[in-house]
Ligand binder design. Structure first.
Ligand SMILES: Nc1ncnc2c1ncn2[C@@H]1O[C@H](COP(=O)(O)OP(=O)(O)O)[C@@H](O)[C@H]1O
Ligand SMILES: [Mg+2]
Length: 784
């Protein structure tokens, strides 16, 4: 207000001179009005609204001038440009916020010469300020330049109105300036400048300068925005892709991580160079694969095999041989020689370090502790134990694996065993190597030979792995029931240690000290809870089992413990009480006795003799039956799955009996009118070998002479055509079998006398042994 009063005192403001016209004036913010151009603006200030209303009341036009600064609230005359535009008010709309919206159209350019009054609104004295015409040639030239420039401008500013173009074509300078000024020019001071030029040429020139400058600026701006847009697009695209990849990876358990994990593991693993290169090549291959493809699964399996295998990890070996012996004793009763041999073997290993020595092979009937002694070896030497059962292995690929081209290929059992061992120096048990057979799929024995050969097993080649694998630190140990079926080159590599069957007394000790405690534990009972008196244990041994080893015995003891465990669970027994098994319990728990000695010793019979055989299940008694068929032609019929040697033995025995016929009062013609049937009844197990010779001869003689053979006699021995008795093998096993069968007299070849010391005294105490050098001695002792 103060300001206004000051202005009020300005005396010059009060006069309108000749040639001048006085009009109400509105100071506009940010708007410059050009003649011929319509304009919209809002008025909020009272001063402006009153100026507008009085002008409208009087039907007058109004003078519109721009403020020099849009932010000035109450502009004084000095704040207002002198050049403005007289305008006709077209429309006034009252807005809800008490402002008014005005539409007006510019009439002519005028200049303020004086402020007539400042309050309550501006009233100014004006003089016309027409634009001076310029040389039309000049104007034409400028217009041409402008046309070019406008073309360029159009490319950078899409907002250019078609109106501007058409006006340009008409070369109407005033209209062109109006359109450009009100629609194209951006800044008020530039607009004001354009409005204020005195002549057409200057105005057009300014427009030309403006256009070229703006074209430049806009094109640079456009470039920048494009670049920015491109950047944004690129970022967005990358972001989108990354999101997609992340989603895929999440789906697939993160292939990237997996590859890194493999690489890391390969580095940490300290692989031999060959394996390291191979696994890294495979990882690189995997990287290029679709992670969901079947090939990548194959690749991954392969990588994992290499990374899982032990390549240098060792378990610390136990050096103390006394401790080793203690462990062997802890696990097994008796078998002194076997334990000694094992300790020796371990001692030699300590010295040589390299396992160049022969492979141990434990041979013996089932259940004598071959497998369990090997696990003791592992314990006693501080090595891990892996077991590979070779029973029924007939395919080389089982040992050496399948090539990776084969669908579902995997390494063989040797490499598999090494993976389980997690160390390169385990005890590797090749169980039942005698049960390995060969067929069209290749010879597993030759693969086995490579495994066991210290010169070759430094670089064992598994088909799947395709890498040299060092087996030289592995302690291979084998077991077998018999040596007969082991391939000779394999057998050559082995040092055979025999485990023979146990006597009753040994079985009793094994049962009491080892099997019973083991079964008590296995059935979840507390230590020492079950007691089986010796007499009962012997009963179980004699009447519920008939075997060289203790496998069935262990099973029977297990059955007893199980029954007791049931009682504990059922609440019949307290968990910590001690239960002493009675005879009635044995009958109840184990059922009727399976074997009875006295049945065996039933009656003496004609044509029936008891032999002894040494089989893979240990020693067994073998009954030989001879039946004569009258009205025959002297043919020999053989039944009972016999091997060739056995068949030969039968013919030889026949000839022998013929040669002794006279001594036993057999008419010689009887041999021509009688067919002979020799039968070996004991099951379908193939029987072979010459050691049944004297038994066959005895049965034949009994049949032809009609004299009985003593049932309490068992015999073993080969016989020549002339009747000489030749030595046999497996005497210990055979004598144990005779003893188990309740035999009282044992006839053996005289040359086997040296082996009798191997027979346990328990057996020799119960049997009388007859040494025969001749078939006649046999007949004397066997025929009743
Ligand atoms: N001398 C022994 N002392 C203690 N336990 C034995 C003895 N011999 C065998 N056993 C036990 O008898 C069971 C059968 O032995 P195992 O090793 O399977 O026999 P194999 O492999 O010779 O057929 C195992 O529980 C084993 O520990
Ligand atoms: Mg075994």
């Amino acid at each position: 207000m103060e300001d206004l009063f000051k202005e009020e005192k300005n005396p010059a403001s009060h006069f309108v001179q000749a040639g001048e016209r006085a009009f109400n004036m509105i100071a506009l913010r940010g708007v410059v009005v050009f003649p011929g151009q319509s304009v919209h603006f809002d008025l909020a200030r009272d001063k402006s609204v009153i100026a507008l209303n009085t002008a409208i009341e009087r039907g007058e036009d109004i003078f519109l001038a721009a403020q020099k600064h849009a932010h000035t609230q109450n502009p004084a005359p000095k704040d207002i440009y002198r050049v403005g535009c007289l305008a006709k008010i077209k429309q006034v709309i009252k807005m809800p916020n008490d402002s008014v919206r005005v539409t007006a159209v510019g009439l002519e350019r005028m200049e303020i010469t004086n402020f007539v009054s400042l309050l309550p609104y501006f009233k100014v004295a004006l003089t016309p300020f027409p634009v001076q015409k310029s040389d039309p040639v000049l104007i034409e030239a400028v217009f041409r330049r402008l046309a070019e420039q406008l073309e360029k401008y159009k490319k950078v500013d899409v907002k250019l109105t078609p109106e501007a173009e058409s006006i340009l074509k008409a070369s109407d300078a005033a209209a062109f300036v109006g359109v450009m000024g009100s629609q194209v020019y951006k800044k008020e001071d530039e607009k004001q400048k354009l409005l204020s030029f005195s002549d057409e040429f200057s105005q057009l020139e300014d427009i030309y300068a403006f256009l070229s400058r703006e074209t430049e600026i806009l094109s640079v701006e456009k470039k920048i925005t494009q670049k920015v847009r491109q950047n944004i697009d690129k970022n967005q695209r990358e972001y989108y892709l990354r999101e997609q990849i992340k989603a895929i990876h999440d789906e697939l358990g993160d292939a990237e991580d997996e590859l890194n994990m493999y690489r890391e593991r390969a580095k940490k693993k300290k692989l031999p160079k060959q394996a390291f290169d191979k696994v890294n090549r495979e990882i690189a291959k995997l990287e290029r694969m679709n992670p969901t493809s079947p090939e990548s699964a194959v690749s991954r399996t392969y990588i994992e095999w290499i990374l899982d295998l032990p390549w240098h990890e060792v378990s610390k070996e136990m050096k103390d041989l006394k401790e080793a012996r203690r462990i062997l004793d802890e696990d097994h009763y008796g078998i002194e020689k076997v334990k000694e041999r094992i300790v020796e073997y371990l001692a030699v290993n300590r010295l040589t370090k390299e396992l160049k020595g022969p492979i141990l092979c434990f041979v013996g009937p089932p259940g004598v502790g071959k497998t369990s002694v090997v696990s003791s070896i592992a314990r006693a030497s501080g090595r891990k134990l892996v077991t590979m059962s070779l029973g029924g292995v007939r395919d080389e690929a089982e040992i050496r694996g399948h090539r990776r081209t084969y669908v579902g290929a995997l390494p063989g059992r040797i490499i598999n065993g090494m993976k389980l061992a997690e160390t390169v120096n385990p005890v590797f048990l090749l169980d039942e190597i005698d049960k390995m057979s060969s067929d069209f799929r290749g010879d597993p024995a030759s693969a086995m030979l490579e495994v066991l050969d210290p010169n070759q097993n430094k670089a064992f080649k598994d088909h799947y792995l395709e890498l040299d694998y060092d087996l030289s630190k592995v302690m291979f140990v084998t077991t077998a029931n018999t040596l007969d079926t082991i391939a000779p080159p394999l057998l050559d590599r082995m040092e055979v240690i025999e485990l023979s069957g146990y006597t009753y007394e040994e079985k009793l000790q094994i049962a009491k000290r080892y099997l019973l405690p083991k079964q008590i534990k296995a059935n979840g009972l507390s230590d020492g809870m079950v007691e089986i008196p010796d007499a009962l244990m012997k009963d179980i041994i004699a009447h519920y089992t008939r075997e060289s080893g203790v496998r069935n015995l262990e099973r029977e003891i297990g059955a007893v413990c199980r029954k007791i465990a049931v009682k504990v669970v059922g609440g019949e027994l307290l968990k910590d009480s001690v239960y002493t098994v009675s005879a009635a319990d044995v009958a109840e728990f184990l059922g009727v006795e399976k074997y009875r000695d006295d049945k065996q010793v039933a009656e003496d019979e004609i044509g029936l003799a008891t032999g002894l055989a040494w089989t893979s299940v240990g020693g067994v008694t073998l009954t030989i039956e001879v039946a004569l068929i009258d009205g025959g032609k002297g043919d020999i019929i053989l039944t009972g799955s016999l091997g060739d040697v056995m068949k030969e033995s039968c013919r030889a025995a026949m000839s022998l009996v013929k040669s002794r016929a006279a001594a036993f009062g057999i008419p010689p013609e009887k041999f021509n009118t009688t067919d002979v049937h020799i039968h070996f009844p004991e099951g379908a197990t193939p029987k072979d070998g010459p050691s049944a010779g004297i038994t066959i001869a005895t049965a034949l003689l009994s049949a032809f002479s009609g004299r009985k053979v003593s049932k309490s006699v068992a015999m073993t021995g080969e016989v020549t055509l002339r009747g000489r008795v030749l030595p046999i093998g497996g005497l210990k096993e055979k004598s144990l079998a005779a003893f188990r069968a309740g035999i009282k007299k044992l006839i053996i070849p005289i040359e086997n006398q040296k082996d009798v010391k191997e027979i346990p005294s328990e057996v020799t105490d119960a049997l009388s042994i007859v040494y025969a050098d001749n078939i006649d001695t046999v007949f004397e002792n066997a025929i009743v």
